[in-house]
Design a protein around this ligand. Structure first.
Ligand SMILES: Cc1ncc(COP(=O)(O)O)c(C=O)c1O
Length: 434
């Protein structure tokens, strides 16, 4: 790799665009994206891919939704940013809209800049401040973000292995992963042992001073683990009994992904706090934040603010996104198309023995890829995702490529025809790989 001199500028003039790759901190994929439209992403070479992962699971409205593009044009010419201590029309409209759709009991909204990790850290700070306690309970396969704090609060130990100093007081507990139950139970008779045992973790593994339980209602990166009926209710009851705050990380599940505005609605359980991000940006605008119960105010701005907090341009897009999601038929389409995709995948599983458990709600779907003994096969899972490109499909796998779940989370605007095209492409991919 040649290092540019100060005189030559960041990209030496004798380098081609391809040489620029040398300057990336880690090597990017070879694919060069040129433009996107709806559920499709197009390469510079004219290739077209159906994006079954919605970008980074955030393109609720697909690529460059025309109403988002128009909103950006209009808002950018008025105001892009103002310090978050001032009010502005887009921010006020967004706060009002979010307050209207918030799960029961969540009345206060705080808009962070762009990052879900940042929103989760703010929620934990609020919990610590309000309870006077320190510890945090999260799930083995939980993915709560990339900051130092959130790699520690997340499960998946390999992600924090290189970093010695992390926040203390995090206790990880087994996921409600019935098909691979940590406690080797059967759902019909388990009595939700995975919730019951959380008491033991609090009593024996924590400092005894737990501020919050934080989890994704359906784990995103952890493998699309859908909790059994009653799990979230039982967890909420445990938290209420023990004076612990329950935080739902709805950064992936929020804004229609599970067929309702929030997974909280899908499962019929309100948390004490809820964090959001990703999908609220519609076609990829960076925005994130949190909702809390009224009683949880009190933390000062200097503890939880950031420069791009409540960004005006991003807020204008979020208002438009919320408006579109709330239009008649939008969420119903997510439920109908999602159910159809689940049916088709289950039919396919009869032909392809490597397809294991298929699970999901709305358009948050995952399928296990297993070996001949029914054991997780991450290598083959990654192979399928890579081969997907040849079949015009963008697919992502769980646990940063260490997991065995292929995720199917297309933009929520997906039509039935596009869903069939996605499933047909998956079928051809699986035939090719068999
Ligand atoms: C469930 C969940 N929580 C938190 C995060 C972190 O969000 P961000 O990458 O915006 O910091 C992610 C990102 O993938 C996520 O999926």
């Amino acid at each position: 790799m040649s290092v540019p001199t100060a005189a030559s500028g960041p990209i030496p003039s004798d380098k081609t665009a391809d040489d620029v790759v040398d300057h990336f901190y880690y090597p990017p994929d070879e694919f060069k994206a040129a433009r996107g439209e709806g559920v499709y992403l197009y390469g510079e070479d004219g290739s077209r891919y159906l994006d079954a992962s919605s970008g980074t699971f955030n393109l609720t409205l697909g690529y460059s939704h025309p109403e988002v593009v128009e909103t950006i044009r209009e808002q950018a010419s008025e105001l892009i940013h103002v310090t978050s201590k001032f009010q502005s029309k887009p921010v006020n409209a967004l706060i009002a809209g979010l307050a209207e759709v918030a799960p029961a009991g969540l009345t206060r909204i705080h808009l962070k800049s762009s990052s879900g990790s940042d929103a989760n850290e703010a929620a934990i700070k609020i919990a610590q401040h309000n309870t006077g306690n320190t510890d945090v309970i999260s799930l083995f396969r939980g993915h709560l973000g990339q900051t130092m704090g959130m790699i520690n609060a997340s499960g998946a130990a390999f992600r924090r292995a290189p970093f010695p100093a992390q926040i203390p007081g995090v206790v990880h507990v087994p996921d409600p992963y019935c098909v691979r139950c940590f406690y080797k139970q059967q759902r019909e008779t388990c009595g939700l042992l995975c919730v019951e045992r959380v008491n033991d973790f609090i009593d024996y593994a924590s400092s005894g001073r737990v501020a919050a339980v934080i989890l994704e209602p359906i784990s995103g990166n952890g493998g699309n683990v859908v909790p059994p009926d009653g799990y979230l209710q039982a967890l909420r009851a445990l938290c209420d009994e023990r004076g612990i705050l329950l935080i739902f990380d709805e950064i992936q599940t929020g804004f229609g992904r599970t067929g309702h505005m929030f997974a909280s609605d899908t499962f019929g359980v309100s948390p004490h706090m809820l964090t959001f991000g990703k999908g609220l940006g519609g076609s990829g605008m960076p925005i994130a934040g949190l909702m809390t119960e009224e009683r949880l105010t009190g933390l000062e701005g200097h503890h939880i603010n950031s420069t791009f907090g409540a960004n005006v341009l991003a807020s204008s897009v979020a208002v438009k996104t919320l408006e579109i999601i709330r239009r008649p038929g939008f969420l119903e389409n997510v439920r109908t198309v999602g159910a159809h995709v689940l049916d088709r995948l289950r039919e396919m599983a009869e032909r392809f023995p490597f397809m294991g458990d298929i699970r999901g709600k709305g358009l948050m779907i995952g399928m296990e890829i297993n070996d001949a003994d029914g054991e997780p096969d991450p290598t083959f899972t990654n192979h399928l995702a890579a081969l997907g490109m040849k079949h015009g499909l963008l697919l992502r796998t769980s646990l940063y490529g260490f997991g065995n779940v292929l995720k199917v989370r297309p933009p929520l605007i997906m039509t039935m025809e596009e869903a069939d095209e996605m499933c047909d492409r998956l079928t051809r991919l699986f035939e090719d790989a068999s």
